[in-house]
Design a binder for this molecule. Sequence first.
Ligand code: PRP
Length: 212
Amino acid sequence: MKSTNLVIALTKGRILKETLPLLAAANIEPVEDITQSRKLLFDTNLDNIKLMVVRGSDVPTYVEFGSADMGVAGKDLILEHGSDGFYEPLDLRIAKCRLMTAEPMVPSSTSDTLKVATKFTNIAKKYFAEQGQQVELIKLNGALELAPSLGLADLIVDIVETGQTLTANRMEPRDLIANVSSRVIVNKASMKIKNVIIRDILRKLNAAVNKS
Ligand code: PRP
């Protein structure tokens, strides 16, 4: 019988380095050094499993539309994307950080409508609506910590890990929006059609997570 082919989408960067040992513990190993290569699709020690490496924000999209059967993505990007299109069966408990609001140590705003810079506009919109706070959202893709000092925003919504980036830019964390870690997500159709292989991988990953 032909074995089921399966594609797993991984988030490049720091999450990738933390994901690979867990995959190895589940007996899935790329046949070349995936962290050094410019390739995007990799064979593994298992003929029927391939790994693809993409931006974290694209992992939910690939999994939702079934180009990848499974994926590993940060909870921040899953929340921003919306998780109706896939299942989220496992918390890998890696790449832990917090999604927070942050403001300058010396706040300057006097206006009623806060200006909020973030790349997480969907999360921020929902969060401030729940708080009953009217805000103007400004979409940025990076270096958010600069926005307040240049007068672009009063507040930012961003990932805080050590807090060093905030401190270096004379800002401080305020409110916690969500605790973040990397999650395994699974395409809904794949979960049905490839149930045996996916359940086997999830079981092994779960064991690896609980051992680490
Ligand atoms: C993230 C985030 C902050 C920084 C926080 O950026 O946007 O800038 O890390 O980390 P810290 O609390 O340990 O200082 P990242 O380096 O992931 O790059 P990005 O701007 O491309 O998201």
